[in-house]
Design a protein around this ligand. Structure first.
Ligand code: SF4
Length: 432
């Protein structure tokens, strides 16, 4: 979401005549778009601001510094005293605050923002479709910083996708903190129905040039069978679901206020696998949440073992000031123990993902070529697995003047697999 926000701000700046500087020490403006979802991310933002302070001093103040994103809450007094050299503070997506600071007289009304679409940097693009979150999980800062769920109009999104695809984007990821909540806050149409994620898939599906649609992040309680069926039925929608689990124990889930019990979560996974047999699944887990006992953590490991995800993102719990957990719960699990649990999840997942990926050796996977380094191309298959590929003898040799193009969809025969990626040889262009 932050990447998408940064690109939107860059597009607004470009519209007003600002160019991207090649290096930080040549820039007139540095915007630090911050994430504070974990302590580590916040520390990195603070460290980077320290570097910019030195740069600003060395340039006698000719560099302006803006900080945007989740680090900026409703009150900035603390931040201003911690970082007095920062010129402007802007909350997430407060693009106007930055632009008005730089160019107070510019006209940002009317069609300025609706028609400002980020400049794609490659064959894939993120497209936010719903902002904010209504869920208030006890550990999470997002609803306080990004506000309540607000869906963009279907037409706005379709225009953005069209603009991307006119510039060689082949794959869009429709983004939301809880993407299946898309449309709930929109007015009903003439037939009395509201758009949902499934109707959004349909609305963008036929965009010329578009080959793939992804969506991120799922929230179990917002999932509907209609959405899952549309993933199965619409050929451009990739069969990949990222559904945060966070914990495998019902008491921990209740403490987190995740809004579901583990039995419901498991049922959704089974339902998805029943309707979309080729689906790949990834998830998020928090290790060492307030009060989590060894026994409760073991239940998380058992769920991961049982459901066998393709990928697990695991983080050690870190209290976020302002959240319910920070205000009312004790951070009881020592840091070393959190790290031990985190490593236990990683070890289990390395084995599981290694086994899942090994079964793909010998299969042919459709891959979108996204980059190249020293003759090895990289891309992702429909299931969002990273694929490194070489071009087979007789196809794409440099001396023959034929190159595999970035943005091309190709069939790749998988020859090797690890827990983290696949390797293979390009067999044929899919030619969508
Ligand atoms: S669903 Fe929970 S964890 Fe996800 S953004 Fe909303 S409050 Fe945060």
């Amino acid at each position: 979401m932050n990447e998408a926000d940064s690109e939107k701000l860059a597009a607004g700046l470009a519209k007003l005549g600002w160019d991207e500087a090649a290096r930080a020490d040549e820039a007139d403006l540095a915007v630090v778009n911050t994430c504070v979802v974990r302590q580590k991310a916040e520390d990195r933002a603070a460290g980077y601001l320290g570097k910019l302070r030195k740069l600003k001093e060395s340039r006698q103040g000719r560099l302006q510094i803006a900080v945007m994103g989740c680090m900026v809450g409703p009150r900035t007094d603390d931040l201003r005293s911690r970082f007095p050299y920062v010129d402007v503070w802007a909350r997430p997506q407060s693009f106007e605050v930055v632009l008005r600071h730089l160019l107070p007289d510019s006209d940002l009304g009317g069609e300025f923002w609706p028609e400002t679409f980020p400049e794609p940097k490659g064959p894939t693009a993120f497209v936010p479709v719903i902002h904010g979150c209504n869920k208030f999980c006890t550990y999470c800062i997002v609803p306080y910083r990004r506000g309540r769920e607000r869906s963009r109009a279907v037409d706005d999104i379709a225009r953005e996708v069209t603009s991307h695809c006119a510039k060689c984007v082949r794959e869009v990821t429709l983004l939301g903190q809880t993407v299946e909540a898309y449309g709930k806050d929109l007015p009903a149409d003439d037939s009395g129905g509201k758009p949902d994620l499934a109707s959004l898939f349909e609305a963008v599906h036929e965009t010329p040039g578009l080959a793939r649609i992804r969506f991120l992040t799922s929230y179990p309680r917002d999932m509907t069978e209609r959405i899952v069926r549309s993933v199965a039925e619409l050929p451009k929608v990739c069969e990949h679901f990222n559904i945060p689990l966070q914990a495998g124990d019902n008491d921990v889930l209740a403490q987190m206020r995740r809004g579901y019990v583990i039995e419901e979560y498991v049922e959704w996974v089974h339902r998805i696998r029943g309707l979309v047999p080729e689906a790949t699944l990834s998830t998020d887990v928090i290790a060492g949440f307030c009060g989590e006992t060894e026994e409760q953590f073991e239940r998380t490991l058992a769920v991961l073992e049982k459901l066998r995800f393709d990928k697990v993102h695991v983080a050690a719990y870190s209290p976020r000031p302002g959240t319910i957990a920070w205000r009312h719960m004790e951070d009881t699990v020592p840091q070393e123990e959190k790290m031990r649990r985190l490593h236990a999840v990683e070890a289990l997942q390395e084995r599981v993902a290694g086994e899942i990926n090994a079964r793909l050796v010998g299969t042919t996977q459709e891959v979108l070529v996204e980059g190249e380094k020293e003759g090895v191309f990289t891309g992702r298959n429909r299931g969002n697995k990273l694929v490194h590929m070489r071009v087979e003898e007789g196809r794409g040799k440099k001396e023959e003047g034929v190159r595999l193009a970035i943005c091309e969809l190709v069939d790749v025969r998988i020859t090797k697999a690890t827990a983290w990626s696949l390797q293979g040889e390009v067999a044929a262009a899919v030619g969508v």
